[in-house]
Design a protein around this ligand. Sequence first.
Ligand SMILES: CC(=O)N[C@H]1[C@@H](OP(=O)(O)OP(=O)(O)OC[C@H]2O[C@@H](n3ccc(=O)[nH]c3=O)[C@H](O)[C@@H]2O)O[C@H](CO)[C@@H](O)[C@@H]1O
Ligand SMILES: C=C(OP(=O)(O)O)C(=O)O
Length: 434
Amino acid sequence: MGLFEVTGGKKLKGEITPQGAKNEALQVISAVLLSAEKITIHNIPDIIDVNLQIELLEGLGVAVERINRHTCIFDAANINIDYLASPVFRKMTGRLRGSVMLAGPMLARFKRAYVPKPGGDKIGRRRLDTHIIGFQKLGAEFAYDDDASFFLLKTLQLKGTDMLLDEPSVTGTANIIMAAVMATGTTTIYNAACEPYIQQLCKMLSSMGAKISGIASNMIVIEGVRELHGTTHTILPDMIEVGSFIGLAAMTQSDILIKNAGINHLGIIPEKFQQLGIQMNFIGDDIHIPEQEIYEAQTFLDGSVLTISDHPWPGFTPDLLSIVLVVATQAKGSVLIHQKMFESRLFFVDKIIEMGAHIVLCDPHRAVVIGIERKYQLKGIQMSSPDIRAGVALLIAALSAEGKSVIQNIEQIDRGYQNIDERLRQLGARIVRQ
Ligand SMILES: CC(=O)N[C@H]1[C@@H](OP(=O)(O)OP(=O)(O)OC[C@H]2O[C@@H](n3ccc(=O)[nH]c3=O)[C@H](O)[C@@H]2O)O[C@H](CO)[C@@H](O)[C@@H]1O
Ligand SMILES: C=C(OP(=O)(O)O)C(=O)O
């Protein structure tokens, strides 16, 4: 297991460009299975999870031509369906959450899919009911193998139907959309997730010949078509990286320019950091975070303590709450962080408390952060990265802290952030990878 040795307390300066979005990449790369024609995808992030997803496709027989580090041409003309039942497929899918999204396209085009227990962040229960019930409503039969922990799905032909999802699951919605695009008849998915990742997937599928309306809303209507064609698609900048860099700049009192931030696709993200009192200037598609001594958390209009909580899009993404929590520790004022969706995503805060932050962990979902207003710096300590975003939150804390920190288990961070140490060193950060 690798580690970062971080010497904190240094202000950073310079420009940084976000990578392509991890969660979009995992969706659109899965969608290449829907066509026998070539599909080119640009701006693919070079990160562990996405590379694993590409390896899974190769195992299935997809020919992958890497034109450069961030562009691949996928050719899914010849697929080896038996690979789905192999132990190696099951083992690899257990390493990332995104692997679950191979099921929708496999079911649509090859009428068979296996859904093993996917991997991904260990942040509480992550059930797959929305996916499986959605497939079932489209006419797939499923059986669950208790011993091997996987769902086996098959169908003679998927048929369009109306469905109301029990929750707007991001990967669940993507899976059902990909299954429905080649079903017979019309499918209506109500209470659909509508994150930019889903919007982008729908745009790509439309350019392949799918008939989808309601994109960006919570009601998606899909008229099934017989087949889909090749296309070219470009992945958006990673909004979670953008949010992470805004938080990093504020916490370390740095002057940072986030280039090509995809501002039109950030939704409420900038506003949440502004509620923490963080200044930002929008220059074209770049975001400038000026060096800021003190940032003051707003209160609500009635004067009560600010709450920042997660919510399905267009609400605030849960993936940025760990970052917001850490940044709030140096704010002037208090903030209640309410992580509604996941049960175990706040457990890293004991480390931030050990570093000297004033936080009351009320229960697994809520933490009150009492900002210390830079009266003192956090202190460097030894810690381990429990999940991608908590890992980066710890990294931000370490970069702002006095002295040396060691962050272990950095493979968690590498799952979602491309060469993060190298890119932050270019801003002046003192990070050594070991
Ligand atoms: C590979 C990928 O794309 N992963 C993302 C995807 O995971 P993923 O698609 O797995 O997450 P889901 O959207 O299915 O649900 C996440 C969790 O939130 C709960 N839930 C969901 C909706 C809701 O209205 N109420 C609620 O409580 C679910 O029960 C579940 O525990 O979406 C999550 C939620 O944005 C993000 O954190 C993950 O980064
Ligand atoms: C939870 C996340 O990822 P995954 O769903 O892949 O575990 C994340 O990106 O923050």
